[in-house]
Design a protein around this ligand. Structure first.
Ligand code: 2P0
Length: 331
């Protein structure tokens, strides 16, 4: 039996991906950019095993067996096997690897709530693709395959600051992730996750963005302004300019949620607590006359806060003051 275990991180976008131009290949309508989180707190862990005794490919997610015939899972398995076959015929790759006819068993767990808007599919598919690649002795560019599991998964293939370039080719071969700066680039940057709700989101990202592409005029406008925003964001990250990084991040989160509201029927991911957090951050920043705290929200009500180390303790005190633990399910 061959067996490999890998872990993969969560990424949180500061320029959001929302909308596909190709559903099958998962090609986005705009480029996006994210920060990959440290794996100490949030990660996916996937073990893949292959054996000649296995009769079928099978998968367990968080301990429960799921349907292996899910189209995106099948795509990832097929593409990894295709790549392995290609490398083998060309003489690359590790010859001491399993037969391509062996079936695989996949076991994946997240140490955080699935589908609560915490990018679980990103870490999950990144982990699956990486583990399958390792099992087959494959290395190199794998984000193109991870993308076909879940769009945002391609960004979890790298640490640090990562852009997913939308690409222009019809076959999607240039729609890949690229590291802009490594994880060591901005040492004082911290991320806080304010868990507003760990429940499943009412509308999944895949279905939500399909409706947005069909119905939201604002989303079309977004494709015009994201290229400039991407350039400004990359520049701000390179210069460690927190003020610009923060303003662009908050504006992009707000525009994403505006396109959700512009979708018909509307998609509402933020709740009253999310909105309180937005107001609190703006009041906090205007009190100090600078951007010290930055929020961003994905397809759920949980706030992700970017902040520098020197301001963490004070901001956590402010959050505790406005959202007292005793009223918050904590004794
Ligand atoms: C992002 N989100 O850039 C944006 C912001 C949610 C809000 O990427 O259909 O789960 O699997 O490609 O990757 C969520 O989208 O959707 C997402 P699919 P995915 O992080």
């Amino acid at each position: 039996m061959w067996m490999v275990t890998c872990t993969a991180p969560v990424n949180i976008a500061v320029i959001k991906y929302w909308g596909k131009r190709d559903e099958e290949l998962i090609l986005p309508i705009n480029s996006s950019l994210s920060v990959t989180l440290h794996q100490d707190q949030l990660k996916s862990t996937t073990t893949v095993a292959a054996s000649q005794d296995f009769k079928d490919d099978r998968i367990w997610l968080n301990g429960k067996e799921e349907n292996i015939n899910h189209p995106r899972l099948q795509t990832c398995l097929r593409e990894i096997r295709r790549l392995a076959r290609k490398r083998r015929t060309s003489g690359d790759g590790n010859s001491n690897t399993l037969s391509l006819h062996h079936k695989v068993h996949i076991c994946s767990v997240n140490n955080f709530p699935t589908a609560a808007g915490l990018a679980s599919s990103a870490a999950g598919y990144a982990c699956l693709v990486y583990a399958l690649a390792k099992l087959h002795g494959l290395e190199g560019e794998l984000s193109e395959i991870a993308r076909q599991g879940s769009g945002s998964a391609c960004r979890s293939m790298y640490g640090g600051f990562v852009q997913w370039m939308m690409g222009t080719k019809e076959d999607g071969s240039d729609s890949i992730a690229q590291q802009i700066e490594p994880e060591t680039h901005w040492p004082e940057l911290r991320v806080l996750i304010l868990v507003v709700s760990a429940e499943q989101k009412p509308i999944g990202s895949t279905a939500g963005m399909q409706t947005s592409v069909k119905t939201s005029p604002l989303l079309k406008y977004r494709t015009e302004i994201v290229p400039k925003r991407m350039k400004e964001m990359i520049d701000a990250i390179t210069r460690q300019d927190f003020e610009t990084f923060g303003q662009l991040t908050m504006k992009d989160s707000n525009q994403f949620h505006a396109t959700c509201l512009d979708t018909f029927p509307p998609i509402i991911y933020l709740n009253d607590i999310s909105k309180h957090i937005i107001n609190l951050v703006h009041r906090y920043n205007s009190h100090f006359g600078e951007t010290r705290v930055v929020y961003t929200f994905d397809a759920g009500p949980n706030a992700v806060i970017y902040i520098r180390e020197q301001h963490v303790d004070q901001f956590v005190e402010v959050v505790k003051h406005y959202f007292p633990p005793e009223e918050n399910g904590e004794q």
